[in-house]
Design a protein around this ligand. Structure first.
Ligand code: NAD
Length: 438
C-alpha cells in the first residue's frame, strides 16, 4: 500500500477540525518514530467509513430520516471497538478523529482491539423512548454485516446508555438468529453486561489522577477540582474523587432547554447525589433547583477559570483551546482529560509553557474501553467476574499503562500525550507490519 493521501489545505486562521488535530498529532509522532510512507497512509485515515440513512417511524405515524455513521479506523490488533454517540452537534470529521483516538487508546491499554466510532445525528431528548428504540435498532440494521463480536464491537458514548445497547444487541441477535452477547459492551447486567462497566471510565480517570498526584508528591486529600460535564464519566469520576478526600467546587453541564452550557459552583464542594436528583438522563442540570440548593450559576467557560488544583474536562472535544487556555487559574497544576480530545494542540502549547501537566485522554479515560474488553471476554466465554475482580484488574491495567507512559515521557523528554502516542502508534504500526499490510 503506497498510495499517498493528500493533506487538506487549511487556511492558517481556519480552526482545525478534530480530525485535522488528530492527524496533526499523528504526523508528529510518525516523524518521531520514523514511520515509512505506507504506514503513515494506512494509519492517518480510517480504513473504512459507513455513512447511511436511518428511516424511523415516529409515534404519530409520520417518518423522519436520520443520518448514521460508523468510522472503522484500524483493526490490525483486533476487532474495531468504539462507542456510538447520539448528538445533534458535530460532524463526520469528529467521528473520524474519535475513531483514530480509539485505535491509539486500545493499543496504549494493550488490549487486543482496534478503533472505531459511531454517531447518529440526533438530539435524543427530542424523541420518545420508543422512537429512540427504533432509531438505534435502525443503526444496527443498516450495517449489521459490518458489525459483530469478531469484526466491530459498539459501546455507549455521549447520550447512549445501557438501554440503547440492549435494543441494539436484540436487533443484532434477531438478524443473525443467535445469541451473541459479545457483539456489544455497556449492556445491562441481566443481558451479560459486566459489573463495574458503568463507573469504569470515571474510576479510571481518578486512578490516573491519583497516580499523577502521588508522582508530584501530593495527596488527593485536600486537592480541589473543577469538572466540565456531568454525564457518565464526570458523575463517577466526581464520586470517586470525593470518596478519596478531594473536593469538586464546580461542574458545568449543557442546558438542554436553553441550548447552552452553564457552570455550577459551590465553595464547600458539590454533592453528587444531591446534584443527580436534579439532573436528567442526558446530564443536564436543572438550573432553578440548583440555585435553590445554593449553587451559584456562572457562564459556560467559568469551570476553566476556577482557583482549583485540577481541571477535569469530561464533556466533549475542543474545549480547552488556544483562545481560553491563558484564562486557566495559576493554581491549576494538572488537567486530566476525561473527555476525548478536549484540548487542542495550541492549548497544549500554552499549558506546557505554563507548566500545567496534561494527562491525555488516551490514558485518562481508557478505563471505559478496558472494562468493555473485560465485558467482551466475559460475554464470549460465559464466565462472569465479580465487581472486585473487574475493578482490581482495571486498576492494575491503568497503573501499567501509566508507568509505561511516564517512563517513555521521561526517557524521550516528551509530553505525556506524545509518550502515549509513541506507545500506541508504535504498537499499531508493528501489528500492521506483522500482518503484511505495510
Ligand atoms: P454523557 O452524554 O453521559 O455526558 C456528557 C455531559 O457533558 C453532560 O452532562 C452534558 O450536559 C455535558 N456537556 C456537553 N457539552 C457540554 C459543553 N459544551 N459544556 C459543558 N457541558 C457539556 O457523556 P459521557 O459518556 O460522560 O462522555 C463524555 C466524554 O467522555 C465524551 O468525550 C466521551 O467520548 C468520553 N468518553 C466516554 C466514555 C464512556 O464510557 N462513557 C469512555 C471514554 C470516553
Amino acid at each position: 500500500m503506497s498510495t499517498s493521501v493528500a493533506t487538506p489545505l487549511v487556511h492558517p486562521k481556519t480552526p482545525l477540525s478534530a480530525h485535522q488535530i488528530a492527524q496533526q498529532q499523528f504526523d508528529r509522532i510518525a516523524d518521531r518514530l520514523g514511520l515509512d510512507q505506507a504506514t503513515r497512509d494506512l494509519l492517518r485515515s480510517p480504513k473504512r467509513e459507513l455513512q447511511f440513512l436511518i428511516p424511523v417511524q415516529m409515534d404519530d405515524g409520520t417518518h423522519r430520516v436520520f443520518r448514521g455513521v460508523r468510522v472503522q479506523h484500524n483493526d490490525a490488533r483486533g476487532p474495531f471497538k468504539g462507542g456510538v454517540r447520539l448528538s445533534p452537534r458535530g460532524d463526520v470529521d469528529d467521528v473520524r478523529a474519535l475513531a483514530m483516538w480509539m485505535t491509539w487508546k486500545t493499543a496504549i491499554a494493550d488490549l487486543p482491539l482496534g478503533g472505531a466510532k459511531g454517531w447518529i445525528d440526533v438530539d435524543p431528548s427530542s424523541l420518545s423512548h420508543h422512537e429512540q428504540e427504533r432509531l438505534v435498532r435502525g443503526w444496527v440494521r443498516q450495517i449489521a454485516g459490518s458489525l459483530g463480536p469478531d469484526i466491530d464491537v459498539p459501546a455507549p458514548d455521549m447520550a447512549s446508555s445501557g438501554q440503547h445497547m440492549a435494543w441494539m444487541l436484540d436487533e443484532f441477535e434477531s438478524i443473525h438468529g443467535s445469541r451473541s452477547p459479545g457483539f456489544i459492551t455497556g449492556k445491562p447486567l441481566s443481558l451479560g453486561g459486566s459489573a463495574g462497566r458503568v463507573e469504569a471510565t470515571g474510576y479510571g480517570v481518578i486512578t490516573v489522577l491519583e497516580l499523577m498526584l502521588n508522582k508530584l508528591g501530593l495527596d488527593v486529600r485536600g486537592v480541589t477540582a473543577s469538572v466540565q460535564g456531568f454525564g457518565n464519566v464526570a458523575q463517577h469520576a466526581i464520586r470517586r474523587f470525593i470518596a478519596l478526600g478531594g473536593t469538586v467546587s464546580a461542574v458545568s453541564s449543557w442546558d438542554l432547554k436553553e441550548g447552552r452550557a452553564y457552570t455550577y459552583e459551590r465553595a464547600k464542594g458539590v454533592d453528587v447525589d444531591q446534584l443527580l436528583r436534579i439532573t436528567d438522563e442526558y446530564g443536564s442540570i436543572d438550573m432553578v433547583r440548583a440555585i435553590e440548593l445554593g449553587y451559584q450559576v456562572l457562564p459556560a467557560d467559568a469551570w476553566l477559570t476556577r482557583p482549583v488544583d485540577v481541571l477535569i474536562p469530561a464533556a466533549t472535544e475542543n474545549q480547552i483551546t488556544g483562545r481560553n487556555a491563558g484564562e486557566i487559574h495559576c493554581q491549576v497544576r494538572l488537567v486530566v482529560e476525561g473527555a476525548n480530545g478536549p484540548t487542542t494542540p495550541d492549548a497544549d502549547a500554552v499549558l506546557a509553557e505554563r507548566r500545567i501537566l496534561v494527562v491525555p485522554d488516551v490514558l485518562a479515560n481508557a478505563g471505559g474501553v478496558t472494562a468493555s474488553y473485560f465485558e467482551q471476554v466475559q460475554s464470549n466465554t460465559g464466565h462472569y467476574w465479580s465487581r472486585e475482580d473487574v475493578m482490581s484488574t482495571l486498576g492494575e491495567s491503568m497503573q501499567r499503562a501509566f508507568r509505561q507512559i511516564v517512563e517513555t515521557s521521561e526517557r524521550e523528554a516528551v509530553s505525556l500525550r506524545d509518550a502515549a502516542y509513541m506507545i500506541g502508534v508504535g504498537r499499531v504500526a508493528e501489528a500492521s507490519r506483522l500482518r503484511g499490510w505495510v
